[in-house]
Design a protein around this ligand. Structure first.
Ligand code: NCD
Length: 314
């Protein structure tokens, strides 16, 4: 099976703001090709043969870091996971000195996660490698939104015309921001559901509908995407107690039944069962949370392939 190359206007993947629907579609098509490929029998190891990918994670991660590693290896790249606690960054080396060091090693792909918004963009200006944002502060998490888009398209056939509710800690969620850009660009209607303390006014300008009552927000939607309370990014207590939060904004079976029949239940992980989502809803037939993880590898293969096409090996 062959695949048309995606048009590659940029060298990096720093965010989805301003990205065209054509570009999203071509990335999702390529990801679908990789998702359908049987890795046990088909080899794609020539795609990134001779290339080096460095995973540079300044924040915790399970799914994202592992799936970039698997994606890189499935395409034949040499993958290095830099462990920040054991690196010179902990000895006080500045970010830009670290960038210069990695650059001198002729890295092709640099996957960066950082607690500060804008770090991948800054690094992209300083290194020759293609930089992929694997989540920066409150800003963006483009590959998460792409895998969410691919999962929805897999089950519902399209993104156009769907109503998608994103519910929970919107204020601290880079996943929500990237998904709003992707979904509105692809013609979905986006509803944001959260208490006012977790939903800043700036979101109103993003072409979305705002709800502060979960029952109203989930009514007749095609997809419910739940988000974790990101307490590590909250300076003060923005929500009362976990129990109160679940009562007003948790997804249980009663609320799920207000959505369209067979609406998809999604969560980017890590999940806090019993806080934003009832455990049995997370494990129900309508939950596609494991599919999201599976699609994560395919999307990252597509992004790595797309960013390196036509580029010389340094
Ligand atoms: C998210 C993240 O790190 O932004 N997780 C992920 O990448 N799957 C969401 C979160 O941490 O809650």
């Amino acid at each position: 099976m062959t695949h048309e190359p995606c048009r590659n206007a940029t060298r990096h993947l720093l965010g989805l703001e301003g990205i065209s629907s054509d570009k999203i579609t071509s990335l999702l098509d390529l990801a679908e090709y990789y998702a359908q490929m049987d890795c046990r029998t088909t080899s794609s190891r020539d795609v990134l043969r001779g290339r080096t990918l460095i995973n540079l994670f300044f924040e915790d991660s399970t799914r994202t870091r592992t799936s970039f590693e698997i994606a890189g290896k499935r395409l034949g790249a040499d993958v290095i996971n830099m462990s920040v606690p054991q690196s010179s960054i902990n000895k006080g080396e500045t970010l830009l000195d670290t960038a210069a060091t990695l650059n001198a090693m002729h890295t092709d792909l640099l996957v960066v996660r950082h607690s500060q918004s804008g770090v991948p963009t800054l690094l992209a200006k300083k290194v020759d490698a293609s930089v992929i944002n694997a989540g920066d502060g409150l800003h963006e998490h483009p590959t998460q939104a792409l895998l969410d888009g691919l999962t929805i398209r897999h089950y519902l056939g399209t993104l156009a015309g769907l109503t998608v509710a994103i519910c929970g800690d919107i204020a601290h969620s880079r996943v929500a921001r990237s998904n709003i850009y992707l979904l509105t660009t692809m013609g979905s209607h986006v509803r944001l559901i959260a208490p006012p303390t977790l939903l800043p006014n700036t979101f109103r300008q993003m072409g979305v509908d705002i709800y502060h009552h979960m029952d109203e927000g989930v009514k007749d939607v095609d997809v419910i995407m739940m988000l974790r309370l990101q307490r590590e990014r909250m300076s003060t207590g923005l929500v009362p107690s976990a129990r109160e939060y679940f009562r007003f904004f948790g997804l249980d079976h009663r609320r799920l039944n207000l959505a369209r029949k067979n609406a998809l239940v999604m969560h980017p992980g890590p999940m806090n069962r019993g806080i934003e989502i009832e455990s049995s809803v997370a494990d129900s037939d309508q939950s596609v949370i494991q599919k999201q993880v599976e699609m994560g590898v395919a999307v990252r293969m597509a992004v790595l392939d797309d960013l390196t096409r036509g580029k010389d090996i340094p």
